[in-house]
Design a protein. Structure first.
Length: 187
């Protein structure tokens, strides 16, 4: 099995020892190195342990032939664009269970026409995860409200719609909301 353990570890700025100590139970840096290099077989158990230590999905550590990787040509920071210090790749975003999308047909707020906003659905007991974030909220008759969740009290959500001069809206007891988690923007 070809893995991307080394690439993910380096991208997170971790040493072999850092990953070894984060494993449950902890292991040695040499073991992690052998698993990275392929001199030791990576079992599903090891893959799950290392994924948990790196705080990624186990699938992110496996290279699949049908999963394209894009080479990183430059790293951009406050000083401009520079060549990466090491060879690196990124994987295009993939869908996950519970995601829904909002497509933007006309610019509003921080969003431009053509943007895709990927949102993770939340049940009422998890609404607090969306405070001060953009959310999609269902309304009666197949309508929706999209805006910044600025508060919640007694089952009512307080949203600030996008755009200048918009007035706060209050929506009572929605069955679910969806928190914006990823913006896909064509340039």
């Amino acid at each position: 099995m070809i893995t991307a353990i080394r690439e993910v570890r380096r991208a997170k700025g971790l040493t072999l020892d850092d990953v070894a100590q984060r494993c449950v139970p902890p292991t040695t840096a040499q073991t992690i190195g052998r698993l990275e290099m392929g001199t030791r077989t990576v079992s599903v158990g090891w893959l799950n342990r290392i994924a948990a230590a790196l705080q990624v999905d186990a699938a992110d550590l496996v290279r699949l032939p049908d999963r394209p990787e894009i080479p990183v040509a430059a790293v951009l920071d406050g000083n401009g664009a520079q060549a990466p210090r090491r060879e690196a790749t990124v994987v295009p975003p993939r869908g996950e269970p519970g995601l829904i999308a909002v497509t933007v047909s006309g610019g509003t707020g921080d969003y431009r026409a053509g943007d895709e906003i990927w949102c993770a659905t939340l049940a009422p007991d998890a609404y607090y995860h969306a405070l001060n974030r953009d959310v999609l909220v269902p309304r009666p008759a197949g309508r929706f409200m999209f805006g910044r969740l600025i508060g919640r009290e007694e089952g009512k959500l307080h949203l600030l719609p996008l755009g200048a001069g918009a007035r706060q809206q209050v929506i009572a007891d929605p069955a679910w909301i969806a928190r914006a988690v990823r913006l896909v923007r064509p340039l």
